[in-house]
Design a protein around this ligand. Sequence first.
Ligand SMILES: Nc1ncnc2c1ncn2[C@@H]1O[C@H](COP(=O)(O)OP(=O)(O)OP(=O)(O)O)[C@@H](O)[C@H]1O
Ligand SMILES: [Mg+2]
Length: 405
Amino acid sequence: MTAEPGNRNPYRPGAAVSPLFLAGREREIRRFRATLHAAPELPANVRLTGLRGVGKSVLLKRLEEIATEDEGWLTSRVQVEPRHYTEADLSELIGGLCRSAELQISRGARIRETMRGVAASARGLVRVTWQDIELSLGLPGSADQEHSVTRALFEVAVLADQHGYGGYLLMLDEAQVIRDDRDRSGQHPLSLLIAAVNTLQENEVPIGLVLCGLPTLRANLLKARTYTERMFRGEEISRLAGSEAAEALVRPLDDTGITAGEALVNRVVAEVEGYPFFIQLWGAELWEAAHLAGVDCFDTLLLDSVEPDIYHRLDIDFYDGRVESLTQAEQDLLMTTAGCPYPPLKTADIHNKAGKSEGNVNVLMGRLTEQGVVFRVQVGQYEYTAPKFHDYLQRRAIRMARRGR
Ligand SMILES: Nc1ncnc2c1ncn2[C@@H]1O[C@H](COP(=O)(O)OP(=O)(O)OP(=O)(O)O)[C@@H](O)[C@H]1O
Ligand SMILES: [Mg+2]
């Protein structure tokens, strides 16, 4: 943990911005190390899922550091975007990542060999040849793209192995956007990726896949290939437990000359329910307020004075954009859910409140799922992907009523 010099705010509310102190997550990190150690005999695949702002991306970054710095793996990490939805676009993305990783090897080769005393090809882990793998590739359908993705991954993994790396780890953030179309004639990028990695791993090629995203990712994977449930170690990234949340709030203050009172810490921890983004936001606002007021302790009086501003900023920074990017029909349905019991959201309740047909409600909920606003927990039941979203929608409903719409 590094202290921030001078008066710089030591909190980091944002997307994928690493906190000064990463609280909790020791278990996830321990299991990740174990997964890498067991490869390639056991496939090094991890599925990280969790709600918005729970800390998936910063954990993914930390896991990448561990993989490269401590465990000696070659890695590529990227945030997938909706435009990577087709098989061709995903293949291109992976091809590009593999090429950059290969360049990274050639740049680092001399240094690594000197440092580790590892001679090229000394480990000989990869005994299979490309021909062995080509024979086991499926023929029809997406064979061409699958062939090229498998080949690109095979080449970089072999090169990594020859240069003494533990293997090649592909890490994809926001992976819930890669999903298969339901109809057979559509796009199946997720199946393509899974099949390519699985083919290589069956041949003990040292390659691993870390997929990180919203809870929908799990269902997408299952739909693509039922065997994915066994292929990945599933990690549900949850909110921080009470003591971890308190640490996330207090530890960034180390060496800053500012302290946080116990009553204040307890109140913030209860209010934010352990969600890391909220902890960073509350901390950042308290820090600014303390500086403005010229005090050196966060206490409940200070919190009283900034709480309305915190909620205002929370709504603007974290929630509003998620609603405003939706179509009017989607927004209207979402606002209806503010008046339904929660959790979970039941389509029957929405149907009663919205005065829309069940079919119509189902279509709109399907669209909200695709947009990453809700996810299906079971037939007819959904939850929001952002924490405390139901409270937010209720605040928004009041705001809208005041404005007369
Ligand atoms: N373990 C933690 N301890 C302290 N702060 C954390 C922790 N994890 C995440 N944060 C903070 O929470 C915020 C959100 O983190 P991050 O962007 O990783 O969430 P996410 O789950 O990827 O969100 P999204 O689903 O929107 O992509 C950041 O401000 C980050 O600094
Ligand atoms: Mg993220």
